[in-house]
Design a protein around this ligand. Structure first.
Ligand code: ZN
Length: 229
């Protein structure tokens, strides 16, 4: 099957319609190239990247991290210390070829779980105190230092390595909260989806990553449940 690769929107539509499983690796590579514009540079490294529009600025790094283990992708892009190191390097959070220990890998996974819990909460789902506690513990040894300038104040990670990466992630979350865009980063309510999406709607009431995909599916399922009774 030939897909129209000319524009990211047409690629996204094709993926939304469930055609992505039918394509060859060469076509997949072409899609990746064409989604680079949509997600910018290092992104476009997973199929799910085509399913959801990216959050603005650096917030998309948090979104991408949550999505490394989205149920819909069926793989974990940070499954091993090496895979996690590669992923962080692709997003500019860690110098290439940095070794990640098993302990640091655990902290990264705890961080990702905590960030996912926060995006679930942003979509009106219950607060996961355990996951957020593990996130805070993972970030506790990755402090930020304050640099005060004439007209600006910057927060910079105090350490290198994985601590630096965790510090940068924390900085992104803090900045997003101060700019009131954090609540717009949500986790889809669709069954077997698990994608984090950015809700740019005026009233911030979107519940699914995409209406065409999870929204309609959820409505069909709810309809069937009602009519089985
Ligand atoms: Zn979804």
């Amino acid at each position: 099957m030939r897909l129209p690769f000319s524009h990211p929107d047409s690629v996204r539509r094709a993926v939304v319609q469930g055609l992505v499983d039918a394509i060859s690796s060469k076509e997949y590579y072409e899609i990746m190239k064409s989604t680079k514009d949509l997600w910018g540079g290092a992104a476009g490294d997973a199929r799910w990247a085509m399913l959801v529009p990216p959050a603005p600025g650096d917030l998309r790094i948090v979104q991408a991290m949550v999505n490394t283990a989205a149920a819909v992708a069926r793989t974990d892009e940070m499954a091993s210390p090496q895979a996690a190191a590669d992923w962080l390097a692709r997003w500019g959070l860690l110098p290439a070829a940095t070794e990640v220990s098993e302990t640091d890998h655990r902290r990264l996974i705890d961080t990702r779980d905590g960030l996912r819990a926060l995006t679930r909460f942003n979509n009106g789902l219950p607060w996961d105190a355990d996951a957020v506690a593990r996130l805070n513990k993972a970030a506790a040894s990755a402090p930020l230092k304050v640099e005060i300038g004439a007209r600006s104040t910057r927060f910079e990670p105090a350490f290198d390595g994985v601590d630096g990466a965790l510090g940068m992630l924390a900085r992104i979350v803090v900045a997003a909260r101060m700019e009131a865009v954090w609540r717009r980063l949500k986790l889809c309510r669709g069954d077997d989806c698990g994608l984090s999406y950015y809700d740019a709607s005026a009233r911030c009431l979107r519940r699914w990553c995409s209406m065409e995909r999870c929204g309609n599916l959820s409505k069909v399922r709810a309809f069937r449940r009602r009519h089985r009774r």
